[in-house]
Design a protein around this ligand. Sequence first.
Ligand SMILES: C[S@@+](CC[C@H](N)C(=O)[O-])C[C@H]1O[C@@H](n2cnc3c(N)ncnc32)[C@H](O)[C@@H]1O
Length: 340
Amino acid sequence: MNRSLPRNFLLVGDVRTELPKLPAASVDTCITSPPYFWLRNYEVADQIGVEGQVNLWVEELRLVLRGVARVLKPQGSVWLNVADSYSRHPRYGAPAKSLLLGPERLAVALAADGWIVRNRIAWTKPNPMPNSVTDRLNATWEFMYFLTRSPRYYFDLDAIRVPHRTAQRSDARADIEESPAPIRPSWAGPLAGSQGGLHRLKRSGIPGHPRGKNPGDHWSLATASFRGAHFATFPPRLVERPLLATCPERVCQRCGRAWERNRGLVGDEVTWRSACRCGAGWEPGVVLDPFFGAGTVGLVAEAQGRQWCGIELNPQFAAMAHQRLDAARLDRERGERRAA
Ligand SMILES: C[S@@+](CC[C@H](N)C(=O)[O-])C[C@H]1O[C@@H](n2cnc3c(N)ncnc32)[C@H](O)[C@@H]1O
């Protein structure tokens, strides 16, 4: 039940005091970018990211993620965008000039807490921040971890497939079963991935999945900024893909379980079925961002017909997020009036 979860609502305060106020098992997914270790000053007391040592930063985020685990529905997931910083002194946790390996340390700590690390996505930036450094390479990518609590979780791959490069047969059927086929070369180790589904498609004369291919774990997206915010905001497209894959379009109004889309032929009208026996209606799924900043997750959620809940420590950033959300709502209303 998620009756008392504030919807499309921003809680202004410290994530460590606000998150415990949210009901358990109430959000479908969490998409967030916490403060990185000593990379920005968010100009407010109690900010995360200014601890004395990188392992203390890891511990703070580990505790926040424990709180997120409590508010996630059992089939929920987390997308965590983090980047590394360079040490200036051994007291930060690594020799001066060394990467602190903060994202890696965090992932290991989260795995020890029971998180299942399903992906480590490289978000590469075609427009990285220029850097005057001359004795190493410029840092041009960041991590996006995809984490779940359970081996079975909500994931709508069809919603995020991308076009194939090779030509597609026009009569290709989309309802081909993607069962793990028993084709395993003799050299494959026990942890090697299965390509059985793809081999089956190829045998039926189809070069790839008729609905498009898996987007993979390397995303090239330009950075974004928002006038007024002196920190990097999420590029909306970095939020869109996680949201479409893991925040269900429809969930049961009573028990909160995701409805399922019926798989059919490519181009068929989408039909839905409830995965529970509640017999209740549906509502959109909810995405949480406990480090809301200027509110990009809320903006993308509303544009995609999902609900959101945010937490932000700095009241000025919270006001900025409200302004952005109000402006986007006005734009949409104007667009709808023009289209009517
Ligand atoms: C990387 S920014 C998030 C930007 C956001 N993704 C966007 O698109 O605008 C991190 C945010 O975390 C906030 N923050 C820092 N410490 C916090 C805390 N203890 N509780 C809640 N928010 C905090 C900062 O004020 C900042 O707005």
